[in-house]
Design a protein around this ligand. Structure first.
Ligand SMILES: [Fe+2]
Ligand SMILES: [Fe+2]
Length: 348
């Protein structure tokens, strides 16, 4: 109910955006989108695929100011159910051969008989949400891979990145199977054509690749390593421990990738380019900070054997998240001359 009310409130802010946008339709530049509330709404709705079609959020020269372009505020595409399937047969056998660790996990060992029904529902919802997030990350990795190829990044760097979409598909399967082990997936509706915010197409190829590397890898993936590792350490049962352990292992290469790219690109970037990348990082950081504000407001639930992800709603998780953002994301970006705005203030 609370979530529904929040979505309604966010839609009201978007309706205000539409009115203001009509006043200056060309380029859809809405100067007042520097309101933290409006930015937060746009980012949250964009990330959840519940918005009405934000395709791009471009930083403008003044910190915190965004140009929301290619925004359509007409009703969203018919949302689609997040469902997965396997073709099976020889194709599945090839996939299993490439990633034998999936079948080697101790599936079928969770004893659900001691769980209260609300604990089971929370676990099913958390693992389904995790599968969806991994699926979104797959889209982000594929978009970055395309941009890297178009930018003629070094072949060995591209070769490393070409493994990432497959890793994410494995993570999708692992999380989806965890949801099934807990009794089945829960319903997620999404707009499959708006899973990630693309790079600004007006930028040169190298900068488009750099923008995506900064947002998806230097921020998103670099931050996820310590957080997933923390969740893995908190997990007690062998099955979620095996699943999270596998994800941690794969993510190690994802988390350092963005900085490897930046080190290669460094001689090709001007101060203006670095400022653009700093704004891109600010956007991604602001989005994650809003997610933490959401977690802070939620009632806490205790982790149970199948529900290792419940740890991600605890105070220790939030403390680790704040520390990791400083040490694993902001410090390495600043060390590479990418200017960042101060961290957004903590929400209530
Ligand atoms: Fe992943
Ligand atoms: Fe990843």
């Amino acid at each position: 109910m609370l979530a529904e009310r929040r979505v309604l409130a966010e839609r009201r802010v978007l309706a205000e955006l539409a009115v203001q946008g009509d006043a200056e339709p060309e380029g859809r530049t809405w100067p007042w989108v520097d309101s933290p509330r409006a930015i937060s709404c746009l980012l949250r709705l964009a990330a959840r695929g519940e918005h009405d079609g934000v395709r791009r959020l471009d930083p403008l020269p003044r910190p915190g100011l965004l140009r929301a372009s290619e925004v359509t505020l007409s009703p969203a595409q018919q949302p689609e159910l997040f469902e997965l399937e396997m073709l099976g047969g020889s194709l599945e056998r090839r996939y299993r051969k490439a990633r034998p660790e999936v079948e080697a996990m101790p599936w079928g060992t969770l004893d659900l008989s001691h769980f209260a029904s609300d604990e089971l529902i929370a676990a099913r919802r958390a693992w389904t949400g995790a599968a969806f997030q991994e699926h979104r990350t797959g889209v982000a990795c594929a978009a970055t891979l395309r941009a890297l190829i178009e930018a003629r990044a070094p072949l060995d760097l591209i070769a490393l990145a070409s493994r990432f979409p497959l890793d994410e598909m494995v993570h999708v399967e692992l999380c989806a199977r965890m949801a099934m082990e807990c009794g089945g997936g829960t319903e997620i509706l999404h707009d499959p054509t708006a899973m990630v915010v693309d790079a600004n197409p007006d930028l040169p190829a190298l900068m488009q690749a750099a923008e995506l590397c900064v947002r998806f890898f230097c921020v998103g993936e670099a931050l996820s390593i310590p957080l997933i590792r923390g969740t893995w350490h908190a997990a007690r049962h062998p099955l979620p421990r095996a699943v999270l352990g596998r994800i941690v292992k794969d993510e190690a290469a994802h988390g350092t990738f963005g900085f490897t790219f930046l080190d290669w690109a460094a001689p090709r970037l001007s101060d203006d380019d670095r400022a653009v990348l700093g704004h891109a990082a600010d956007l991604a950081i602001a989005f994650i900070s809003h997610q933490w504000d959401d977690i802070r407001r939620r009632p806490k639930r205790a982790p149970s054997p199948g529900d290792a992800l419940a740890w991600m709603e605890t105070d220790s998780y939030l403390a680790l998240a704040g520390r990791s953002m400083e040490e694993k994301v902001r410090a390495p970006l600043l060390a590479r001359g990418i200017p960042l705005s101060p961290m957004p203030a903590k929400g209530p």
